[in-house]
Design a protein around this ligand. Structure first.
Ligand code: NAD
Ligand code: DAU
Length: 337
């Protein structure tokens, strides 16, 4: 039995990961630790909350005592750290909590992993640690770290701490750096679900700047399968980029969404740019392709179609996460833009 402590498992990628593992692996027990911030949602655990191989614990990754107790109680062998403050725009508004969770939280987990002799620590990082690209080239694992936002700076600090624990105390770790994810259960502060939600409600679609920033989109299920591959097959100490070679400008993505839901392009509204907005990301996944034999399986046209269908079929979920606090956030972020 592989006994895994997953953090942030009530968020977008974490919940997709737990769902996939419980569905496909019979010999895994998952302790799912999540603070349930605005981005964490027990509804994301629909279908597996009561699975006998899964237990949910509401806790903060900065609470080392609780983390150590959970490791002992459930004889944890592996930690996979998804928990984070994950939205770039929020990090520009209020960076402090990004340092608390992404840096201090990761440090707390690392100390627990070292002291409890955890067999493997997997840090879910991001391609944003590399900064931005010009019109050509891709990020490889050798690209120098050069983060530009408070979010990416905090994720970079976490990566460096993970490496330092490996170097200093021999902690067995891996780091994964993935590009932009899309798919079910993504909180609609991120571009794709935000645009889907606005389109469904005939609201303007707020495109930052000239709309020509490029992101390299990967379906969340492909990302989750890559993480599983790293967990089972990678040598300790290795870092892997994960991507799907799906570069799109934001305008292309927004037009695809409008066409798919049958709404006019006139809903597109250009708004003031994000400060320090990275122009382009693109991931070179050669290392994970060749060393671990992983390859993304979902092409963007098929993946975005399935994703839009999911949001159409889950309007109740969407209505739930866009009520209350979200309305305040949206006003604050977009009303005078
Ligand atoms: P998310 O915001 O949807 O989920 C984050 C989860 O972490 C939430 O459930 C939240 O409640 C939980 N959390 C936050 N602070 C916590 C704390 N102090 N203690 C315990 N739990 C806490 O984020 P996501 O998009 O699912 O991203 C997951 C991870 O993947 C993050 O580390 C992010 O940096 C990384 N990542 C995301 C993307 C992407 O496109 N979304 C791409 C590459 C890497
Ligand atoms: O690259 C991986 C990263 O991708 C992850 O590490 C982050 O956690 C994740 O949030 C994501 O960061 P981005 O900033 O690229 O994602 P976001 O969905 O916020 O924005 C995608 C692009 O769309 C970006 O160029 C900004 C633009 N955008 C975004 C929003 C929310 C808009 O034009 N309008 C919007 O309203």
């Amino acid at each position: 039995m592989n006994r895994i402590l997953v953090t942030g498992g009530a968020g977008f990628i974490g919940s997709n990961f737990v769902r996939l593992v419980l569905a496909e692996q019979q010999d895994c027990f998952i302790v799912n630790v999540d603070k349930l911030t605005y981005a964490g949602n027990l509804e994301n655990l629909e279908g597996f909350l009561d699975n006998k191989n899964h237990i949910f614990v509401k806790a903060d990754i900065c609470d080392g005592k609780t983390i150590e107790q959970l490791i002992d109680k459930y004889q944890i062998e592996t930690i996979i750290n998804f928990a984070a403050e994950s939205h770039v725009d929020r990090s520009i508004q209020e960076p402090k909590v990004f340092i608390e969770t992404n840096v201090t939280g990761t440090l707390t987990l690392l100390e627990a992993a070292r002291d409890k002799k955890i067999a493997r620590f997997i840090q879910i990082s991001t391609d944003e640690v590399y900064g931005e690209l010009g019109p050509t080239g891709k990020f490889t694992e050798q690209t120098p770290l050069s983060p530009n936002s408070p979010y990416s700076a905090s994720k970079t600090a976490a990566d460096l701490l993970v490496k330092a624990f490996g170097h200093t105390w021999g902690l067995q770790f891996n780091i994964t750096r993935c590009s932009n994810n899309y798919g079910p259960y993504q909180f609609p502060e991120k571009m794709i679900p935000l645009m889907i939600n606005n389109a469904l409600n005939d609201k303007p679609l707020p495109v930052y700047g000239d709309g020509l920033n490029v992101r390299d989109w990967i379906h969340v299920e492909d990302h989750c399968r890559a993480i599983w591959k790293v967990l089972t097959d990678a040598k300790p100490g290795e870092i892997f980029n994960i991507g799907s070679s799906n570069e799109k400008t934001n305008l292309e993505v927004v037009k695809t969404i409008l066409d798919a839901v049958g709404k006019p392009h006139s809903l597109i509204t250009f708004v003031k740019d994000r400060p320090g907005h990275d122009r382009r990301y693109a991931i070179d996944s050669t290392k994970i392709n060749t060393q671990l034999g992983w390859k993304a399986e979902t092409n963007f046209q098929e993946g975005i179609k399935r994703t839009i269908e999911w949001y159409l079929q889950n309007k109740k979920w969407l209505a739930g996460v866009t009520s209350g606090q979200y309305q305040k956030y949206y006003q604050q972020m977009y009303s005078n833009r």
